[in-house]
Write a protein that binds this ligand. Structure first.
Ligand code: ATP
Ligand code: MG
Length: 283
């Protein structure tokens, strides 16, 4: 393969993070303006900017080699592609929601009801699994207004914070699927040299995002306490300071639990704590 083609969303919720991820991988290109295709100048890669709904099929059919899209869209289009890497952004949950004043107790109460959605395939699978017969009304957008208009008794849609549900007098009723952005590829492409190279870059960027580089000063008498608080790291660097009896500890800590880590380190005698972002971690 001479040039790899990647499909990403041209505008919408995944576009900015997709472009940022590729740029953080050291790829240099023009973002989407009016042209559908952008050529990366320092890696054999072409970027196709598309509607997200089209990405799974473009990848399955080989028009793009790989693509970056929400798992929900992959599930809805039912394509047969290889999952290469979960990307940790674009997180959301697909839920069934019902009007606030509604008395449904369990899923079976949806039997015979009308449910409006833009995701009929995912919803039908869920209803089949639960052995529920309901009437799916497929609409392309603004699903949340359907109950208010009398079009449906319930909706099935993407929910992230729940704000849209609340402002339309709806409440979550059942979680059906959670989703995040994912890198997919045409079946069989997983071991291609260029795909592996790009995956290695993506993983090193993601690893770096999950961690911070921390430098702190501590009195030698407190050093053991500090080192005991850093279990995940095999060997932090300990460097002498100009001031007698003090050392600097350089280490990497996970972003998750960040504040509890920092507060524990402070309580154990750490001073002058400096926290820095990490650009890439290459294993
Ligand atoms: P397109 O014009 O490309 O078809 P779209 O309107 O279908 O875009 P967006 O709203 O941009 O789609 O959402 C793209 C993806 O972002 C969704 O399919 C989903 O995977 C993810 N996502 C994450 N959070 C949300 C959210 N709160 N609402 C909608 N989608 C979300
Ligand atoms: Mg779409």
């Amino acid at each position: 393969m001479k040039t790899l083609k990647i499909a990403i969303q041209k505008s919408g919720r995944l576009n900015e993070k997709s472009v940022e991820l590729l740029k953080n991988c050291g790829l240099s290109f023009e973002n989407y303006k009016s042209s559908l295709i952008s050529t990366v100048s320092n890696f054999p890669l072409e970027i196709l900017f598309l509607r997200d709904d089209d990405i799974p099929e473009y990848v399955q059919d080989g028009i793009a080699d790989i693509g970056l899209v929400g798992e929900n869209v992959i599930a809805e289009t039912g394509v047969d592609v290889a999952y290469l890497q979960r990307l940790g952004f674009g997180k959301c949950t697909l839920k069934i929601a019902v009007p606030n004043n509604n008395q449904y107790q369990n899923i079976a109460d949806l039997s015979g009801k009308a449910i409006a959605t833009s995701y009929p395939v995912i919803l039908q699978k869920f209803l089949d699994k639960e052995k529920i017969n309901a009437d799916i009304k497929t609409i392309s957008g603004s699903v949340e207004i359907a109950p208010g208009l009398g079009l449906a008794d319930a909706i099935f849609d993407i929910v992230s914070t729940g704000g849209t549900l609340r402002s339309n007098g709806l409440k979550p009723f059942a979680d059906v699927m959670s989703s995040e952005a994912i890198l997919i590829g045409r079946k069989g492409i997983e071991n291609e040299h260029l795909v592996l190279e790009l995956l290695q870059r993506i993983q090193s960027v993601m690893r770096a995002k999950e961690t911070k580089y921390v430098v702190l000063n501590v009195e030698k008498s407190n050093l053991d306490k500090i080192l005991n608080l850093l279990p995940g790291v095999k060997s932090p660097s300990v460097l002498p300071l100009a001031e007698e009896g003090w050392v600097a500890v350089h280490t990497v800590i996970p972003e998750r639990d960040f504040w509890s880590h920092i507060n524990e380190l402070k309580a154990a005698g750490a001073q002058g704590i400096v926290v820095m972002p990490i650009e890439k971690i290459i294993l």
